[in-house]
Design a protein around this ligand. Structure first.
Ligand code: 5GP
Ligand code: ZN
Length: 109
């Protein structure tokens, strides 16, 4: 498996992990574009939003609940933050493993 996010999930590659449970992992983006820039990733390899099936409905819900939890843990839930999902080449998706970008700034008001 050449997928870098699967390697991070399988601990074959390192990452600054901020959250993990049996279905979801979240880690710091290696090239942050905001003071807080995290990637929330389902452990199941799904290429992109285009490959989500109805059997993944609960998992897709989980990644958003994790996003909210992490926003709270990082102290930006009330201030607000950005969630971004790039889809496919035209959408600027670089890593073909579904993920949500969570970007925020504690000092924003
Ligand atoms: P995409 O463009 O696919 O939506 O976003 C991929 C993100 O993953 C980029 O923001 C990029 O900086 C980040 N990224 C790429 N490779 C690695 C890596 O090996 N480790 C971590 N932590 N982030 C990565
Ligand atoms: Zn993968």
């Amino acid at each position: 498996m050449e997928c870098i996010f699967c390697k991070i999930i399988n601990k074959e590659a390192s990452a600054d992990i901020v959250y993990e449970d049996d279905k979801v992992i979240a880690f710091k983006d290696i090239k942050p574009k905001a003071p807080i820039h995290l990637l929330i990733v389902p452990k199941k390899h799904i290429n992109s939003v285009n490959e989500i099936n109805s059997e993944d409905k609960d998992l897709v819900g989980e990644i958003f609940l994790v996003a909210k939890k992490i926003a709270q843990d990082f102290g930006i839930k009330e201030i607000g933050y950005n969630l971004l999902i790039n889809v496919g080449q035209g959408g600027g998706q670089e890593i073909p493993h579904l993920h949500i970008h969570l970007m925020g700034d504690k000092d924003k008001n």
